[in-house]
Write a protein that binds this ligand. Structure first.
Ligand code: ADP
Length: 198
């Protein structure tokens, strides 16, 4: 057996991954979750799946996403509460893209305390803004996500700086923050995070 993850009990099982659009959260979330033996829960992916399936939630979310704006908190919070209550998330989870606003932080606190559990760590992936925009433009050329046009990409960076960057300080004050440089190869960044988590 390779050094997997799921076999040994890890002390780190409830995590948040935070970072600006383009920092590589999605890629790292999948890899880290596998190492830690917990599901990766991406609010962006859940919204995109709902858009693709033309659900009511998808219809609500799409107009915000296409403008680079956040989906309203009450919509997002209800969706996350639902997802965290599923059996695979009871023993742990890695949240990618949530919480993104102060109201979402409060709501997540409430959900976790109701379940009698708490967060183990908040990992922030950092990167320079010009690098982020360049990466997202490259992804737009390759994959063409509907919110990957240059003006929307810039808007998403602004929304992140205004609404989500301040949350990092909040978690830092709680002693939960682990800050990791998101620049470098995919494996290198995964290793950096796992090392930082100890
Ligand atoms: P990225 O990390 O590239 O910005 P995501 O895939 O995480 O993108 O999210 C895409 C879009 O989905 C966001 O721009 C936003 O409209 C919506 N979204 C995702 N997570 C949230 C959230 N926690 N609160 C509000 N909107 C969200």
């Amino acid at each position: 057996m390779t050094e997997s993850s799921a076999s040994a009990p890890r002390s780190v099982s409830r995590l948040i991954l935070v970072g600006p659009p383009g920092a590589g959260k999605g890629t790292q979330a999948a890899r880290l979750a596998e190492h830690l033996g917990v599901p990766a829960i991406s609010t962006g992916d859940i919204f995109r799946a709902n858009v693709a399936q033309h659900t009511t939630l998808g219809q609500t979310a799409q107009r915000y996403m296409d403008a680079g704006e956040y989906v309203p908190d009450e919509v997002t919070n209800a969706m996350v509460a639902d997802r965290l209550a599923q059996p695979d998330a009871v023993g742990g989870f890695l949240l990618d893209g949530y919480p993104r606003t102060e109201a979402q932080v409060g709501e997540l606190d409430r959900m976790l305390s109701e379940a009698g559990v708490s967060l183990d760590a908040v990992v922030e992936l950092t990167a320079d803004i010009d690098e982020l925009v360049a990466r997202l433009l490259k992804r737009a050329a390759e994959q063409g996500r509907s919110d990957d046009t240059e003006s929307v990409i810039r808007r998403r960076q602004e929304v992140y700086a205004e609404q989500t960057a301040p949350l990092v300080g909040l978690y830092e004050a709680r002693g939960l923050l682990v800050r990791v440089d998101g620049l470098g190869g995919i494996d290198e960044v995964t290793e950096r995070v796992l090392t930082a988590l100890g």
